[in-house]
Design a protein around this ligand. Structure first.
Ligand SMILES: [Fe+2]
Ligand SMILES: [Fe+2]
Length: 330
């Protein structure tokens, strides 16, 4: 999946004269496109902002497995089942790379998981919507993974080395996810009238939440400036959203599906699609925990964590025994 960045920087950018010599040297490295690596000196606020951003991203990958994992046993053919299973496993891998990248900044897996379970750190709002039909699985691959790619391609160039490198592989896998989703929808749209209606219904439900994945409008996103200066946010929410709309509308036309937005229209002057107003109240309600599946998602993650405790304990016990044996042998 993707990452929905809720910025945590300062709302007013300090002038260069207000920065310390260390901060100015750090900014000069970023401006020169030198990657920042875990052992490098970095401002505490850069470290904290990145831990939060990468952690939100990691949680989104892992929680994002739930709505689709739900359909593995009900996929309509062996091939669809194998493909969906591979996709969901990829998302677990994305979570793993990202948790590891965040750990290089000095946090721990346990602390991040605890933050997720306690609701201190969010994951993408999109995963709080239910997957009601098989067409939802196609639509998630097409729209949600498509939005993820839009968000993540610029992050391949972000200033923090481990995050940028993780994004390169993640983006390759996301493009497979998007294609498998589009392929499901192509099959449905070429099928019976009932199948096509199922695809349209899924698009009707997922379109607006997918636009919300890019976060609040730039005018309200007051914390982005510092993240942009640090090159951990390379394009604004509205820029990304516009690119996503421009890319996705022709794909919907190709499928013969209608985007559920009466205001959607090509604007030749701007060279972009205009689109209707997003219901930000819904977005904020979902972020607050009042989406259709918030409670269920977190309860499922907590149960998985508790059910897996014996595996973690066994691994720690095994490592301790091996260390003791090695000590004895030495
Ligand atoms: Fe994905
Ligand atoms: Fe992913």
């Amino acid at each position: 999946m993707y990452a929905q960045m809720v910025d945590t920087g300062q709302s007013r950018l300090p002038e260069p004269a207000e920065l310390s010599a260390d901060e100015r040297a750090f900014q000069a490295r970023i401006d020169a496109d030198v990657k920042i690596e875990p052992r490098d000196d970095m401002p505490e606020a850069y470290r904290r902002t990145l831990i939060r951003q990468i952690q939100q991203h990691a949680h989104s990958e892992v929680v994002g497995m739930l709505p689709e994992g739900n359909w593995i046993t009900r996929a309509p053919s062996l091939q669809r089942k194998a493909t969906l299973m591979a996709k969901v496993q990829d998302e677990a891998g994305h979570g793993l790379y990202l948790y590891c990248a965040a750990e290089t900044l000095g946090t721990s897996r346990d602390r991040m998981i605890d933050d997720l379970h306690a609701g201190r750190v969010r994951y993408s709002s999109i995963f709080n919507y239910p997957t009601l039909t098989w067409a939802d699985i196609g639509t998630i691959g097409w729209l949600v993974d498509g939005a993820a790619i839009m968000n993540q391609i610029p992050l391949c160039r972000c200033s923090f080395g481990p995050y940028a490198r993780a994004m390169i592989r993640v983006c390759k896998e996301e493009s497979f996810h998007q294609r498998q989703g589009f392929d499901i929808l192509m099959t449905l749209c070429r099928g019976t009238a009932e199948q096509k209606a199922m695809a349209q219904d899924a698009l009707d439900r997922w379109w607006w939440p997918s636009l919300m994945m890019f976060g609040p409008p730039d005018a309200e996103s007051v914390h982005s400036a510092q993240s942009a200066r640090w090159k951990i946010k390379l394009l604004s929410n509205d820029e990304l959203r516009q690119r996503y709309v421009d890319q996705t509308v022709p794909q919907a036309e190709y499928l013969g599906l209608a985007i559920p937005d009466p205001k959607l229209a090509w604007n030749g002057e701007r060279g972009h699609y205009d689109f209707g107003e997003i219901d930000w109240r819904e977005f904020h309600e979902v972020l607050k925990g009042n989406g259709p599946c918030n409670h269920d998602r977190i309860a499922t993650r907590i149960k998985a964590w508790e059910d897996g405790a014996w595996v973690r304990e066994a691994a720690v016990a095994h490592a301790a025994k091996r260390a003791a044996r090695e000590l004895e042998a030495a």
